[in-house]
Design a protein around this ligand. Structure first.
Ligand code: ATP
Length: 255
């Protein structure tokens, strides 16, 4: 065992965690009389980028909340790998390797960019190993080119940078499945290019990625599979090219 880089511990665990698929079966979520999600089946596979698309109010964010554990489905099941996580809190799911980012950016404005990312790295492990967490945070900062602003306060950063901070924070936990709610919103061209290459790299290393995205071109560029929702239901799902060419999808997207 080397003194500087022990081969065991949370960092190694995060690096060698087995890939996992995320499966939703028959998810239903109601708000009062509204059925925001009305029985949706979906799968995000390791090594694949899966996109969830649909018009405003289709139920995409609500489904995300049910997958991540920030909302409880009224019916249906969520499986991470073989494990049923439907009754587990969002926090427990993070520890099992299911991370997410939010449509509304949620950083700690008084903390530095680096500390925001460190929070994500430390959330992952029951057994706190601060050095391993710091290494994972530093790696995530580098991946998104955030080293230059690492010491600055998050509250002083423009939206595009905050979006990357959120991504880096989710990634720093070493997730097996990453849920991204409109990850490109507020990013400029160069930041979007970086996002695309980072997400492809993550999928290439076996992570399962599921993203909600409104930008049709980005979905076409990134996604292997696409699910299209409308009014709480799945309209069509399958290989990206086929779904994006489906008239029901092109109509809804105005293309
Ligand atoms: P957008 O693309 O605009 O984010 P979406 O596809 O993510 O839309 P949701 O935000 O999941 O759609 O909303 C689906 C439906 O559920 C909408 O009719 C919405 O008004 C309703 N809804 C969502 N969250 C709540 C809530 N917390 N309380 C009441 N109704 C809600």
């Amino acid at each position: 065992m080397s003194d500087t880089h022990p081969p065991t511990g949370p960092a190694a665990q995060a690096a060698t965690r087995p890939a996992a698929r995320l499966t939703a079966r028959g998810i239903v979520r109601r708000y009062g009389g509204i059925e925001a999600v009305g029985g949706v089946d979906l799968m995000a596979l390791p090594g694949r980028i899966t996109a969830l698309v649909g018009p405003n109010g289709a139920g995409k964010s609500t489904l995300f909340d049910c997958l991540a554990g920030t909302a409880r489905p009224d019916a249906g099941r969520v499986l991470l790998g073989g494990r049923d996580v439907t009754r587990l809190s969002a926090h427990r799911r993070v520890r099992l390797g299911l991370a997410r980012t939010f449509q509304q950016i949620a950083v700690f404005p008084t903390l530095s960019v680096a500390d925001n990312v460190l929070v994500g790295a430390e959330q992952q492990n029951r057994r706190q190993d601060r050095r391993a967490a710091a290494e994972r945070a530093a790696r995530a900062l580098r991946l998104f080119g955030l080293q230059g602003v690492a010491a600055e306060s998050a509250g002083a950063q423009p939206t595009g940078v905050l979006r990357l901070v959120e991504l880096a924070r989710a990634l720093a936990g070493g997730p097996r499945v990453l849920l991204l709610d409109e990850p490109a919103a507020g990013l400029d061209g160069a930041q979007t290019d970086r996002l695309v290459s980072v997400l492809r790299g993550l999928a290439g290393r076996g992570m399962a990625l599921l993203l909600v995205e409104h930008d049709a071109e980005l979905v076409a560029e990134l996604a292997d599979s696409v699910y299209a929702m409308a009014e709480g239901r799945l309209v069509v799902g399958g290989p990206a090219a086929a779904v994006l060419a489906d008239p029901r999808v092109t109509r809804a997207w105005g293309r």
